[in-house]
Design a protein around this ligand. Structure first.
Ligand code: C2E
Ligand code: MG
Ligand code: MG
Length: 412
């Protein structure tokens, strides 16, 4: 029994695990896939290893030939379909293959939870249509049932664009520095893609959101971030952005979580424009993730609704002050008082405060004077690919000592 990572199809964003009695069937399938954005993994022989392979590969879909299902009789055969559907879980659709004639066996398999049936020899159009449907219906891929528009009616052009965006996804790493001595504290990973129509984090997130695929995108972001960190030997902490929804329902803290081996170095930055409905549930998830080593930051403090609920639920170890909170703070005494109060509150809870979006030396100076512990912004370092920082590690940040004039005025 062998698993063949079909690198021959190149790097494709969606993963399809194929379980067939003979490898030729998998090759035929690949030919009928054409340009579909799928990466095919083939398991030849019986289907017993499929659940294990699913854990290792996290495929988006599993396709099983009925002849690969061991079983002494038809009932045992069908029981195996049912077990397989259960083992794969809700996030992974099972598509069955058998010879061309549809039979009571295929009908029974569908009844037991298989998503669809494909006849063999394959018809390319039917294969592509069925797999697209399975991909879109799978909650694990953030499909239609996740509430998005990525269901069967999704614009195929958008799906392909999204596929290319995932294929060319990368993370830009922005350093954070300690305010006191300018030493490197860690990096925030920010999503980017080389797909020309999706150049910014906003474009990538918006496209996934419109197609109902945030869960899938998050998984790819986490996998990419972990791979970057592990390949480069992570210096300091890694700050990862995550929406409340994914914080609660994504793969974080599950066996599929790509960040788990790094959890003790990861700070999850939680931000979303929604509201927290269930403070207790978020608090429980927070405690669970902390138990695994994760730390939690509250992102974009100073914008958005719902901050009391967020504070109560997340008990963050890091508060990130949005750039709006500090922009022009040197000109505005009231803003400075607010920031001081937030910093005092954070410190009272034993949390660190990050001043984000520092663009001017005066802002850096003031952030330090107001008690912020960490600084981040274009003035200090712009987000760059991981390789950039590996070749040219960020130098410690330095500001001339001495209070800003605003600090003087407040003290007077
Ligand atoms: P954020 O987490 O608050 O990230 C900070 C944003 O401010 C980043 O924009 C960063 O490039 C930008 N920034 C950093 N320093 C400065 C500065 O000095 N001046 C200005 N004007 N901007 C600065 P980006 O990368 O476009 O990300 C925007 C937002 O998109 C993020 O805000 C975050 O909410 C979201 N986001 C980015 N990457 C990810 C991701 O991987 N996953 C998730 N779920 N959300 C992400
Ligand atoms: Mg952030
Ligand atoms: Mg922020």
């Amino acid at each position: 029994m062998t698993i063949t990572a079909a690198a021959r199809t190149g790097h494709r964003p969606y993963k399809l695990l194929v379980v067939v009695p003979r490898v030729e069937i998998a090759l035929e399938l690949e030919r009928s896939l054409g340009d579909a954005p799928l990466h095919v993994y083939t398991l030849t022989g019986g289907a017993e290893l499929a659940p294990r392979a699913v854990l290792d590969l996290s495929p988006d879909m599993v396709l099983v030939h009925l002849d690969s299902l061991a079983g002494a009789d038809r009932k045992a055969h069908q029981d195996r379909v049912e077990h397989l559907v259960r083992d794969l879980g809700e996030g992974t659709a099972l598509v069955l293959v058998s010879d061309r004639s549809r039979s009571p066996d295929t009908d029974e398999a569908l009844h037991r939870g298989a998503f669809a049936w494909l006849g063999h020899p394959f018809d390319a159009e039917e294969v592509q249509r069925t797999l697209a449907r399975a991909l879109n219906a799978s909650p694990g891929t953030g499909g239609a049932s996740a509430g998005g528009t990525g269901g069967p009616d999704a614009d195929p052009g958008e799906l392909l664009r999204y596929g290319r965006t995932l294929e060319r996804l990368y993370m830009a790493w922005q350093p954070l520095f300690r305010a006191q001595d300018g030493a490197l504290f860690g990096y925030e990973a920010l999503v980017r893609s080389d797909e020309p129509t999706c150049p910014s984090a906003w474009h990538v997130l918006d496209l996934a959101d419109r197609l109902g695929r945030e869960a899938e995108l998050d998984w790819h972001i986490h996998a990419r971030s972990a791979a970057d960190a592990l390949a480069g030997g992570l210096e300091g902490v890694l700050m990862i952005n995550v929406s409340v929804r994914q914080f609660m329902a994504g793969t974080l803290g599950t066996p599929r979580d790509p960040l788990l081996p790094l959890a003790a170095r990861v700070v999850l930055e939680v931000s979303e424009n929604g509201t927290i409905e269930d403070i207790e549930a978020v608090a429980r998830q927070c405690a669970r993730l902390r138990g695994l080593g994760y730390r939690v930051a509250l992102d974009d403090l100073g914008t958005g609704p719902d901050y009391l609920a967020r504070l109560l639920a997340l008990e963050p170890q890091v508060f990130k002050l949005d750039r709006l909170a500090l922009a022009d703070c040197d000109q505005d005494a009231r803003k400075r008082r607010y920031v001081r109060a937030i910093v005092a509150m954070a410190h009272g809870e034993g949390a660190l405060v990050v001043a984000e979006g520092i663009e001017r030396p005066a802002e850096a100076q003031l952030a330090r004077e107001l008690g912020c512990d960490l600084l981040q912004g274009f003035l200090l370092a712009r987000p760059q690919r991981r390789e950039h920082w590996l070749h040219a590690p960020p130098a410690a940040f330095s500001l001339p000592p001495g209070p800003s004039r605003a600090g003087d005025r407040d003290a007077a």
